[in-house]
Design a protein around this ligand. Structure first.
Ligand code: ZN
Length: 160
């Protein structure tokens, strides 16, 4: 099992989470390594918890089914549950966002493409369409009359 963790400095916002619903699925973007031949593949791949793919040989379904171009083995990955929210903490803590059950592959790098949601810490203002690809985000909370931000964004993939 692999876990994708997030650590970030939140100012004025909390409850940071991927915008991930059946109507608007979030695509978790990773670099993938085959655990049979240890080849890391150059292209980014997307995994959605709402996408089901058939594995060959009636082995069931997985969110992500992938065939290594080098050794031709089939591998798969499935997201175990809905993503966790990142709550504001001082100092910032590492939080597990999703857990992935990986068979025959490992994800080695994460790219935070896609939109995130957050909420004003005291105001409850809803922020949508947050992008974390630059590693930081800035906005203004009208209701709180203050600037809000997400900085020092760090991703990690580790064994859970
Ligand atoms: Zn391989």
């Amino acid at each position: 099992m692999l876990a994708l963790t997030l650590k970030a400095e939140l100012s004025g916002v909390t409850n940071l989470r991927p915008d991930d619903t059946p109507e608007n699925p979030f695509w978790y973007t990773f670099k993938v390594e085959c655990t049979s031949c240890r080849e890391t593949h150059p292209n980014w791949v997307g995994v959605s918890r709402f996408e089901m793919n058939e594995m060959s040989g009636s082995r069931g379904e997985a969110n992500f089914v992938w065939k290594c171009k080098n050794c031709k083995r089939e591998a798969s990955a499935t997201i175990k549950a809905a993503p966790a929210s990142y709550e504001v903490a001082e100092p910032p803590k590492k939080v597990k966002i999703i857990e992935l059950d990986c068979r025959g592959l490992e994800f080695t790098e994460f790219k935070p493409e896609g939109e995130w949601l957050a909420q004003g810490t005291d105001s409850g203002t809803k922020f949508t369409g947050i992008e974390l690809t630059d590693g930081e985000w800035f906005d203004y909370d009208e209701k709180a009359g203050d600037e809000v931000s997400i900085k020092e964004v760090e991703w990690d993939i580790r064994r859970a």
